[in-house]
Design a protein around this ligand. Structure first.
Ligand code: SF4
Length: 81
């Protein structure tokens, strides 16, 4: 059994919001890529450490990236907004 907090984050990209800026790919190229249509896709949620995933999600200019663990939202978080 893995220690608490070690589960990979769940990543959801809101395709209606994504405008293909590529910020997420810049911060976490192992996890995000752009599709041929120019929108973000998730390659491997576990390939990037959580700190950089948070930066990538928070750095999305349109807030299209949601991070959660066990159904609990991490980004956007309660301390934001
Ligand atoms: S940073 Fe946001 S808008 Fe830019 S490609 Fe990633 S999900 Fe899309």
């Amino acid at each position: 059994m893995r220690p608490a907090g070690d589960e990979p984050l769940e990543i959801v990209i809101d395709e209606d919001r994504c405008m293909g800026s590529g910020n997420c790919v810049f911060w976490a190229p192992e996890t995000f890529d752009l599709s041929e249509a120019g929108y973000a896709i998730v390659l491997d949620p576990a390939a990037t450490d959580e700190t950089r995933l948070r930066i990538a999600a928070q750095g999305c200019p349109v807030g299209a990236i949601s991070l959660s663990r066990d159904g609990v939202a991490i980004v956007p978080g309660e301390t934001e907004g």
